[in-house]
Design a protein. Sequence first.
Length: 273
Amino acid sequence: MVSKRHPVAGAWSVVDWSAPWLKPVGGVGLAVQASGEHALSLAQALSLQPGAADRPVFVPQTDLPDGIAYEQHIFATGCVPTRDNLHDFFNGLVWLRFPLTKRRLNRLQAEQIALAGTVSVRGPVRDALTLFDENAALLQAPDAIWQALLARDWLHLFGALRTHWAEVRLVLFGHALLEKLVTPYKSITAHAYRAPVPCSLGADLAGWDAWLADRLSASELASKPFTPLPVLGVPGWWSANEEPAFYNDAMVFRQARPHASALTGTPLSKNRA
């Protein structure tokens, strides 16, 4: 009997695993892709991967009951409804790399749902939780890099400090962010988490996961702890940024605006974002 090919295998063919932003998930991504060539669903391909005992169970999207919020279902059952598309593919990879943090985010979502229910517009905490989950980036860098990033001094950050990026570790956490970068374009911007990843953790992503899961809280997220980072401006991430004029685009590399709000209310779909 010939196994069915994975429904999203055609989409996988456009993923460039040599891209520097995919390095943290590249190993597990290729393993899922290989499993998916013979699995019947993305949920099955993800479930075939080895991982920590506390990782979730990946199940088909059809397991999500009508009228039940996606986050609420995960919290109640430990099962992640998964569609056969690239968005959920990257979501699954982040679950496999950062299981403690994903569970922490889910618990905080469930607590907010218990407090306010599933209303049509998220409050500030749920909005920040969703933004973190979809678009966050984690940064381990020297102080000079942080100072320039927080000041949005792009020419200094990517010009005078360009050689300092050799000391930087940047990991994209948001699965929607990773999906966008399958087809890169200049204006793709991450929400960099303003808490520096401790240098003592080195490149140990399990250590990053434990550190992050331990510190995230509703009160911190409500404070909007993000700063924008146009990721294709990162040295070595995009050949076009080797030209200094790349950073002169004020529509992408924007100056800080006093009192600008990083978050706005985000409409919810019926069951999931």
